[in-house]
Design a binder for this molecule. Sequence first.
Ligand code: ADP
Length: 461
Amino acid sequence: SSNTVSAAPILTKLQRDCATPLPVLRHVADAMAADMRAGLAADGGSDLKMILSYVDSLPTGDEKGSYYALDLGGTNFRVLRVELGGKEERVVATEFEQVSIPQELMSGTCEDLFDFIASRLARFAEKEGGKFNSPQGRTKELGFTFSFAVKQTSINSGILIKWTKGFAVSGTEGRDVVVCLNEAMERQGMNMRVSALVNDTVGALAGARYWDDDVMVAVILGTGTNACYVELPDVIPKLHGTKSGSGRTIINTEWGAFSSGLPLSEFDREMDAASINPGEQIFEKAISGMYLGEIVRRVLQRMAQDARLFGDTVPQKLQMPFSLRTPDICAMQQDSSKDLEAVGSILYDVVGVNSDLSLRKIVIDVCDTISKRGGRLAGAGIVGILEKMEGDSKGAVFGKRTVVAMDGGLYEHYPQYRRYLQEAVSELLGPELSKNVHVQHSKDGSGIGAALLAATNSIYQ
Ligand code: ADP
């Protein structure tokens, strides 16, 4: 019908603006590697912060005993304990609990928030038994995953720079969050202390590495995105010669802030301008789960306005930012029926419109354009990291089996995105090098990863 015909030029232009042919991917990978080097040379030298994790001993599999983890990164926190049995027995048992944080504590005082967390943690720790047994009188140790901006100063200290995600706790910015938690645990009369403060990506790397020594990179693709990797202290100029014990450390890239040479459309620019952090997290806005659906919505809104895609008026629901979510566009892409029945019902439910086959096809083409670009750019970013690593130690990455551990809801649930990501990695590396690089899903390693890092940084070792 005529409305889809007049929308066609908008689609064609979108596909051109968002195209990721090999030369574009090559350029992105090279720029990622160059930005990584700049970020390692000096703080503030690059879009990529390249944050030191102070993790210089990675899990080996030999760890033994009971360890705890606390994951605070949103409106819920999770507490977990794991009993490690060494190389043979590995993870003997795990237990976890999820607790939602009362709204008033999210904008209360530092003491109130951490007292609440510590009280729940104490209750959880009291129920230790069965397969778990911390020796009597011995201090229990905890890995603390804290997914807010901190300036880490050692493996067990970090200054809070900024609360985000709806938190506005008074009197915490500028304070050491490990001290806050340790003091709160003391007030509860607990014999427990924080042995490791870890970023969630770093936890994911440690968790995956525990099972597989060849894991060198971890990538999270969920609501947002981030990546970290195993680095040689010798090639980190901003360390100024400080040596790590094992000769290896983990660098948290904060790659969501990357921005060089990305194929962006007017819709990306408009979404960025309307966001709460304009000009920031440009890579994240092109590849992560929070944004893919919103980009598609903006394209469809334009098609409705300029090409009357949905008739004389622009559907009300389509005008609402973030009304189309990434799981919706993912669900539409799973429809393999001849008349795209499922696409029709999602458009009816989410946008409130009836659609014919030609309209459904256009919508699918828009979804595919955006998920394809996202997956391929994420793949190029991964290759950039691998090439940076290989550049500093020839053969260490491509000359042997190397694993990239992937986690996050977007990667886990979006098969087309996953396939596009893998294709970009294979295209960039070529058939020979691709044989050595394994991009693998590693589900929820970050919780156990934090407990493992508490074990590798234990005061009793
Ligand atoms: P986090 O919010 O901590 O990143 P997850 O790793 O679970 O948590 O990722 C959740 C995100 O994954 C959602 O915001 C969404 O963007 C994406 N996601 C979840 N389910 C699906 C799905 N079925 N299809 C595509 N993306 C999904």
